[in-house]
Design a protein around this ligand. Structure first.
Ligand SMILES: Nc1ncnc2c1ncn2[C@@H]1O[C@H](COP(=O)(O)OP(=O)(O)OP(=O)(O)O)[C@@H](O)[C@H]1O
Ligand SMILES: [Mg+2]
Ligand SMILES: [Zn+2]
Length: 463
C-alpha cells in the first residue's frame, strides 16, 4: 500500500494560493503577510487510477439531473422566524431552513450572546444544538442564566472534533445548530493545527454538507483578523449562504449587525442592538437614539435622513468652520466621505458664493453612522454654511437632497418614507428638492412645513 506523506506548505489566507516556501507577498492576489504555514497529507494515487474525462466511471456510478418543475418546495416551513426583529430583518425575514450563516465579529462584540439569545428565542417550539469550542458548558449556562434564556430545548456540547460533531448533529437532528467558533474546530483527517487555513476550510465544508443533507440551518461563528475580515480562507465566505458581521465599536453607543452576503435576502438592511447586562436589546427607534441629547439652538448642526435598507434613520450632521492658521486649510470628515466633502465645498464656493479657501472645515456625523448616501449632501452643505455664518438652523428642521455640481438640488429616492420618519420624530420643517415635492401631497404631512428648493442658494435662504 502506498504510504501517506506529510508536507509543510504555505497557504494564502486571502485567496488560497499555495507555495512550498514562505513569501512576504502572495504572488496571486498581491496581499502582504497572508501566507500561513500549513501541513498537508498527500496520499500517492494508486497507479492508473486517474480517470480522464469521457472514460467510464466505476460500474453503478451515475448522477441524475432533476427538472426544476419537479422539485418540491415546502414553502410553509422554509423560514424560521426568530422574533428577534433586527436579526430577522438582516436575514431577510427569518432563518432559511438548511442555510449556513457565518457570523463574524471582533472579540467581545457579542457574537456568543446574540446566538444564545437566538437559541432561547426559538427554543419554545424547536430544539437547538449549541456547540462551543471556546467555553465550557458551565460558562454557557452562566450566560444563559444572566440573559434569562429559556433553557428546556437547548442542547449543549463542548467539543472541537468536527467528525464527532457531525455525528452528533446527524443523531440528534436539531432544528438549529450553532458552532462557536470555526477557528477552534479541527478535523483529525487533516494534519494541521486548529485555526489553520486547511482546517477551517475542511471543517466548514463538513458542516455545510451535514447542514444541506439534513436540512438543518447552521450558524458558524468566525473570528476576524486585524483587517476586520473573517480569519481563514476567503473560500469560506463563498461556500456559506450568508455572511453577517457584528460590529461593536468601542466608541459606538450601539452594535450593528450587517449582511456582507445573503443568498436569501438584501444586504442593505442593518440590525441595531444595545448591549446591556441582560443581553442584547433591539433598537427599534434608532433615529430617537441618534438625536438624543443634541444641543439645541447651536449653529453648524443640521439633521439628515439616510436610508439603511428599507429603514429611514435620522442623523445629525455637525460642521465647524474656523479661520485657518496655516496656508492650506484643514478639512476632516468623520462618518462622511472626505472627497464628497471637498466636492460640496467647491460647489458652495463656485455656485453659492461662500468662499472657504482660508477656512478650516471639520465635519462630523454624531452617533457614528456612516452617511455615504448622496441624499445627505444638502444637510452637510447647510451645516457648513450655518457654522460659517454662525446662524442656527432651527432644531426641528431636516434637510434632504442631493447637491449637483451645478449647485442644483436633486431629488432623492424614498422621499416620502424619509419625511414620514421626520414627522414621526416631531420635525416641523423640511427642506427638500422641489422636484420630489411635486409627487407628494402636502396634506399628508400636517404640522410640517415642506420647503421645496431647486438650487443650493434657495436652500441657504430658507434657513
Ligand atoms: N454582566 C454584563 N453586563 C453588561 N455587559 C456584559 C456583561 N457581561 C458581558 N457583557 C458584554 O458582552 C460582551 C461579550 O459578549 P460575547 O461573549 O457574546 O462576545 P463574543 O463576540 O462572543 O466574544 P469572543 O469573540 O471573545 O467569543 C462584552 O464585551 C460585554 O460588552
Ligand atoms: Mg464568544
Ligand atoms: Zn493570495
Amino acid at each position: 500500500m502506498a504510504k501517506e506523506k506529510t508536507k509543510t506548505i504555505f497557504v494564502c489566507s486571502n485567496c488560497g494560493e499555495t507555495s512550498p516556501r514562505w513569501l512576504g507577498r502572495c504572488p496571486s492576489c498581491g496581499e502582504w503577510n497572508t501566507m500561513t504555514e500549513d501541513v498537508v497529507v498527500t496520499a500517492p494515487a494508486a497507479k492508473g487510477s486517474a480517470r480522464r474525462a469521457g472514460e467510464p466511471r466505476q460500474p453503478g456510478y451515475s448522477i441524475e439531473a432533476k427538472r426544476l418543475s419537479q422539485i418540491a418546495t415546502t414553502e410553509e416551513r422554509s423560514r424560521i422566524v426568530t422574533h428577534i426583529g433586527e436579526l430577522d430583518r438582516v436575514l431577510g425575514g427569518g432563518i432559511v431552513v438548511g442555510s449556513v450563516v457565518l457570523l463574524g465579529g471582533e472579540p467581545g462584540a457579542g457574537k456568543s450572546t446574540l446566538l444564545l439569545q437566538l437559541c432561547g428565542a426559538i427554543s419554545q417550539q424547536l430544539e437547538v444544538l449549541y456547540i462551543t469550542g471556546e467555553e465550557s458548558v458551565r460558562q454557557i449556562k452562566l450566560r444563559a442564566v444572566r440573559l434569562g434564556v429559556r433553557e428546556e430545548n437547548i442542547l449543549l456540547a463542548a467539543e472541537t472534533d468536527i467528525l464527532a460533531i457531525c455525528d452528533l448533529i446527524e443523531q440528534t437532528r436539531p432544528s438549529l445548530v450553532v458552532i462557536d467558533s470555526i477557528q477552534t474546530m479541527h478535523c483529525s483527517e487533516v494534519n494541521s493545527s486548529a485555526g489553520s487555513v486547511s482546517q477551517v476550510k475542511e471543517c466548514a465544508a463538513r458542516l455545510l454538507s451535514v447542514a444541506k443533507s439534513c436540512e438543518i440551518p447552521t450558524f458558524i461563528v468566525g473570528h476576524v483578523n486585524k483587517d476586520g475580515a473573517i480569519a481563514g480562507p476567503k473560500v469560506m465566505e463563498h461556500i456559506v449562504d450568508t455572511v453577517l458581521y457584528f460590529e461593536g465599536d468601542k466608541t459606538l453607543p450601539y452594535r450593528v449587525l450587517r449582511a456582507a452576503k445573503n443568498r436569501y435576502g438584501s444586504t442593505n438592511e442593518i440590525g441595531m442592538f444595545d448591549m446591556a447586562a441582560d443581553g442584547l436589546r433591539e433598537i427599534e427607534n434608532p433615529s430617537q437614539l441618534l438625536l438624543e441629547g443634541r444641543p439645541l439652538g447651536v449653529s453648524g448642526n443640521c439633521v439628515a435622513c439616510t436610508m439603511e435598507g428599507t429603514r429611514p434613520i435620522l442623523s445629525e450632521v455637525q460642521a465647524l468652520v474656523t479661520k485657518s492658521g496655516f496656508g492650506t486649510p484643514r478639512r476632516t470628515a468623520s462618518g462622511f466621505d472626505f472627497n464628497r466633502l471637498n466636492l460640496l465645498l467647491a460647489v458652495l464656493e463656485k455656485r453659492a458664493g461662500y468662499f472657504l479657501g482660508n477656512l478650516d472645515v471639520y465635519l462630523n456625523i454624531v452617533g457614528g453612522l456612516q452617511l455615504d448616501e448622496t441624499a445627505c449632501d444638502l444637510a452637510a452643505c447647510l451645516a457648513v454654511v450655518s457654522s460659517m455664518l454662525d446662524k442656527p438652523l432651527g432644531d426641528t428642521t431636516v434637510a434632504i437632497g442631493e447637491v449637483g455640481l451645478g449647485g442644483e438640488v436633486r431629488s432623492v429616492s424614498n422621499l416620502e418614507t424619509r419625511l414620514r420618519e421626520a414627522q414621526r420624530i416631531g420635525f416641523t420643517k423640511a427642506i427638500v428638492p422641489k422636484h420630489g415635492l411635486a409627487q407628494l401631497d402636502p396634506k399628508d404631512f400636517a404640522g410640517m412645513q415642506l420647503v421645496g428648493v431647486s438650487y443650493l442658494r434657495q436652500a441657504i435662504q430658507a434657513i
